[in-house]
Design a binder for this molecule. Structure first.
Ligand SMILES: [Zn+2]
Length: 333
């Protein structure tokens, strides 16, 4: 058993309270490997932004949980080396699907866990979430829960259709579970294909898909029910067209990939939405950079020569999100 405080990590409690007051959101970036972690930490340290390092169940299986824990600890030390005196870094389990998985992460040094029982009937969601909260809170680990269902595919989480969160349920749910934050469904979606062409309109000039707007009326109704309560948005990549174009121009095949426009995420950041999850954009940046090197230099076989540019492009992406979309820069001096 190791407590997150021994690793130099923090939980989300103060971070979220400040973000809601300040009208910005904390970036939650998923990571699976060293290059992603380096890019996240460099971007956060240079912009002095609090940051949530997210690990999905799939990432945990891919990278090994022991290694991940030491990587997070290493990330804190690396941040200090980069001149960030008091790094505010959270290690968070994304989409925990059982009590056992959440417990294991709490015991392994995570400072925050998500229990996603949103696919279960309402009362079962409450019971499982409460069980995780009761355990995690003994160790001061914060818990994110979910109400409503997001469409899309993310590792082992997938659903064909979305069901918006019902505002009339949120007070009962938050009170009875004791969760610290709530992931809601208002039209964001997992993956790089967030909407089908039928759900979108097409820009007559560019021929590109224009996605439907997020349901800000549902968000407003939830905030009215739970004033000041931390709200989380999953599936909030924007699927930058430049990366999609880079991938398609170098032999890739991502037709009609579409994400959430950044203006909408900026607007959400200014509300009680205090955590925004971004994963697909970093996957796209990595893939675009690697493809570019392979296309331009077919003889290259040193992984540093293609993972390095991928890391640089991801760092640029993370900084852009922090400064231009979430507004969390300078909030962790
Ligand atoms: Zn998610």
């Amino acid at each position: 058993m190791v407590n997150f405080k021994e690793l130099g990590l923090v939980n989300t409690r103060d971070m979220f309270a400040k973000a809601i007051k300040g009208g910005y959101a904390i970036p939650a970036f998923n990571f699976n490997n060293m290059e992603q972690l380096q890019a996240i930490i460099k971007a956060s340290a240079e912009t002095k932004s609090p940051v949530i390092l997210q690990v999905s169940k799939g990432a945990r299986n891919y990278a090994n949980q022991t290694l991940l824990r030491y990587m997070a600890q290493g990330a804190v030390e690396y941040a200090k080396e980069l001149g960030w005196e008091k790094p505010q870094i959270v290690l968070h389990l994304d989409h925990g699907d059982s009590f056992e998985l959440c417990k294991s992460c709490v015991d392994f040094g995570f400072s925050s866990v998500m229990i996603d029982a949103s696919h279960l009937p309402y009362e079962e969601n409450i019971a499982l979430t409460k069980k995780v909260v009761d355990y995690a809170h003994q160790y001061d680990v914060t818990v994110e829960a979910e109400l409503g269902v997001l469409a899309g595919v993310e590792d082992e989480v997938s659903s064909a259709v979305s069901h918006y969160t019902k505002p009339e349920e949120v007070v009962d749910f938050a009170t009875r579970t004791g969760c610290d934050s709530l992931a809601i469904s208002i039209g964001t979606s997992h993956g790089a294909y967030k909407f089908t062409p039928e759900q979108c309109t097409r820009d007559p000039k560019t021929g590109k898909l224009v996605p439907p707007p997020l349901a800000f009326d549902v968000l407003d109704a939830i905030m009215e029910q739970l004033p000041g309560f931390p709200i989380v948005l999953h599936g909030s990549s924007s699927v930058p067209q430049e990366y999609v174009d880079m991938i398609n121009a170098t032999g890739g095949k991502l037709p009609d990939a579409v994400g959430i426009p950044e203006e909408q995420l900026r607007k959400a950041s200014e509300s009680a939405v205090c955590k925004i999850n971004i994963d697909s954009d970093s996957r796209l940046a990595f893939t675009a950079a690697v493809r570019k090197v392979f296309t331009e230099k077919p003889g290259e076989f040193d992984p540093r020569k293609y993972c390095g540019p991928a890391r640089d492009l991801m760092e640029e992406l993370y900084k852009h999100k922090i400064v231009n979309v979430l507004g969390s820069n300078g909030k962790a001096e």
